[in-house]
Design a protein around this ligand. Structure first.
Ligand code: FE2
Length: 177
């Protein structure tokens, strides 16, 4: 099972994405917001050059926000956020407030997955109250990270400031070894 992979990508590209993220991610406290992917493609040429080389076709850009007061339980409880079964890999970039926060990934040992189909065609899943998990991986979003969103996961450590990340999704899952 693929869990996550940090990638080394030129710092100028990370800066381009960070600046775009600061200007374009939600100011509201909505946890997941679909952003204008055409604007993203036009305004992040360095990243798009890299993505072309890697044969990654970007189809979705999503802003993920966790406020320091944890008013969005959606991200702070174990969950799955899936575009569809064949496209489960996201590429996440830290935008702000990510230092010291970590994502734990789990194997469901006991309990039921509850799927909620969202209006934008994606599925968010949570788990029944009697669920039990075992931790299988843990990462800090300190650099761009490919990440399997079909594995139950949960965010920890958002304490001092709101945490913002940009999540990109692809036409096809990237081939990762
Ligand atoms: Fe998530």
């Amino acid at each position: 099972m693929f869990y996550y992979k940090h990638i080394d990508i030129d710092n100028s590209i990370c800066e381009e994405i960070k600046e775009w993220g600061i200007d374009n991610l939600q100011s509201s406290n909505v946890p997941f917001v679909k952003l204008d992917v055409n604007d993203f493609k036009k305004q992040c040429p360095l990243f798009m050059q890299w993505a072309d080389k890697e044969q990654l076709k970007i189809i979705l850009a999503v802003g993920i926000k966790v406020t320091a007061d944890y008013k969005q339980p959606e991200v702070a409880i174990p969950h799955v956020d899936l575009m569809d079964d064949s496209r489960s890999i996201a590429l996440n970039f830290p935008i702000s407030g990510c230092e010291g926060t970590c994502t734990k990934m789990y194997n469901l040992v006991k309990g039921e997955q509850i799927n909620i189909d969202l209006p934008d065609g994606t599925t968010y899943s949570k788990f029944s109250n009697d669920s039990e998990f075992e931790e299988v991986a843990k990462f800090y979003l300190t650099k761009p990270t490919f990440f399997n969103t079909s594995v139950p996961h949960q965010l920890f450590g958002v304490e001092k400031q709101d945490r913002l990340a940009l999540s990109l999704r692809f036409e096809n899952n990237p081939v990762l070894d």
